[in-house]
Design a protein around this ligand. Sequence first.
Ligand code: UDP
Length: 344
Amino acid sequence: MKVLSVVGNRPQFIKSGPVSAALRAAGIEEVGVHTGQHWDPELSDVFYEELGLPEPRHRLDLHTADSETMRPSIAAALTQERPDWTLVYGDTNSTLAGAEAAGDAGVPVAHVEAGLRSGDLSMPEEHNRIAVDAMAALLLCPDQRSRDTLLVEGVPGRIDVVGDVMADGCFQLAPIARERSRILAEHGLEPGGYLVATIHRQANVEPERLARIVDGLSRTGECVIFPAHPRTRAVLGETPPNVEVIAPVGYLDMAALVSQARVLVTDSGGLQKEAYWYGVPCVTARPSTEWVDTVELGANVLVDDDPQQLAAAVASARMPEERPALYGDGHAAERVAASLAAHG
Ligand code: UDP
């Protein structure tokens, strides 16, 4: 069996790590396509090196987030490779382009992170999620809630609950990260004595919203370390003295930083879950989330861009005493491989 995996940006490189290893272990051939949606070394190469990802056979180097531009080049790779499956991850334009190109080529699509919904149609990601799930022949869900969502939508593909592949990496690598990473010492941080902030969603890099979020971080009065995505950095003006802006960091440094933070302030999808798995409370600068359970359990608070609410939520952020396992057990990638093998 041959699987063509389409990845293009930071969270997809991270998600593909455990899956590539599981495919190899199951004797399934994997061919990688890297669209080049993220191309800065700090958003791309660092993850290939750190996570030992196999070099993609097709590096498209497109340097675009436009799915229509990506589609013909992915189609060419599909024509050359003739795989049994096209595997796509998450909700970016690379995900959409991969699924559409596979549809054109008549290759079945398997979607990792199927069935997630924030309910917010102003997010481009929400449109991608719905469109890709409608096209996929195999929907690989992180949990029962996402499966139920797909059943209500009536998608035609087969649905398998496999767990969350990000948990696999997180459970394996966080202990190693805390041992090896020097990032806390480099920035004079003590475990439990600082906040981590990441902001990069399209809506939040609009200057007025970003300024309100930074105002919220300022009002916390706590030491904040802020690894800033290039598109955020391009808009960030001068930051308050309690906020240290640094370049994006690799996976291990990020795991060390977040797992030892007092609170995470973010608009990232992946980091909301990682914070939960690390036992670190999260404050999310968005009006909605696709990781609803973290909010329902009280481990994550949605504050949108209100500075006062953000600071208040950070001040009172605590992990709930009841912390059930969410989104899998760290063996999702093995189930992805088994599902592809069983239904190919
Ligand atoms: N991440 C990282 N370095 C950083 C910021 C984030 O390694 O400087 C990791 C983070 O731990 C998580 C993933 O990137 O595994 C989340 O990606 P991102 O926030 O870019 O995307 P989203 O999850 O919002 O789609």
